[in-house]
Design a protein around this ligand. Sequence first.
Ligand SMILES: NC(=O)c1ccc[n+]([C@@H]2O[C@H](COP(=O)([O-])OP(=O)(O)OC[C@H]3O[C@@H](n4cnc5c(N)ncnc54)[C@H](O)[C@@H]3O)[C@@H](O)[C@H]2O)c1
Length: 283
Amino acid sequence: MTGRLDGKVAFITGAARGQGRSHALTLAREGADIIAVDLCSQPAWMNYPLSTPEDLDETAKLIKDLGRRVVHTVADVRDRAVLTEAVAAGVSELGRLDVIVANAGVCPLGDDQPDSTWFETVSTNLTGVLNTVEAGLPHLREGGSIIATGSFAGMRPQGVKNGPGGSGYSYAKRGVAQMVHSLAMTLGEKFIRVNAVHPGNCNTDMLNNPPMYKAFRPDLETPQREDSLESFASTQIMPIPYVEPSDISNAVLFLASDESRYITGTQLSVDGGALLKAGVSGL
Ligand SMILES: NC(=O)c1ccc[n+]([C@@H]2O[C@H](COP(=O)([O-])OP(=O)(O)OC[C@H]3O[C@@H](n4cnc5c(N)ncnc54)[C@H](O)[C@@H]3O)[C@@H](O)[C@H]2O)c1
């Protein structure tokens, strides 16, 4: 099937790399034009590298290579005013808005992090999602789709206990899941649906960094990626260390397309059975 998003416009945060870039290219391949934003800088409190302006430029180039239009802006999801301007500029150039993908996030794990990391993480991963939806919603058409990226960590009751960043991460992602319920109730009558995708371990820079390796292999002084692969794999029921960004993008594409027109308020795990393995079945 092709052209599942023909004529539509999607606004995607965290689009410079990783899952966000994969979502942008997947939706563009199916016909969508893209409003792409990302931070493209390194906050002092972050303990692994975030994206660069070159990453966002590369995403934009790849979208154009697919024959689609793109408006890309460096913007911080914590700054609602800047985000609102970025979406408005995109809608003004591309003509409409049909899909919001609130994907940007951080996961600064480690017991060595200051307490303030909890607040920085929540302001990015929860307030940033609320800002993204609030910035896009006034432009969203009837039949529109809001997709928020949660996490396995937010869906399992005990969350992730690995310093203030881990606690803040779990709290924020649980908040994202609850937002989806509440907002789906609010916007359903307007035929705007709101859903979450919850990745498990996903093969991006958020998983492939030293603090994450240490979280999976606390027994080693300075674990490397190869030291952590077996431990990554212990999370899922399926014998895999992680899913790929394209696995999440396929779920996002379905939720963005009209094929999911009556699906709202759902929590869609794409995690190789990690949540089930953690004892959370919903039954
Ligand atoms: N990788 C995993 O294992 C995993 C698991 C569960 C959930 N997630 C979630 O998936 C989403 C995408 O993460 P990813 O795996 O692609 O990691 P990633 O680090 O490759 O991508 C995250 C992107 O968000 C951007 N970003 C961070 N703070 C921002 C801000 N304040 N404003 C704008 N952009 C900002 C980063 O620059 C980066 O480009 C995140 O919400 C993350 O929490 C990831």
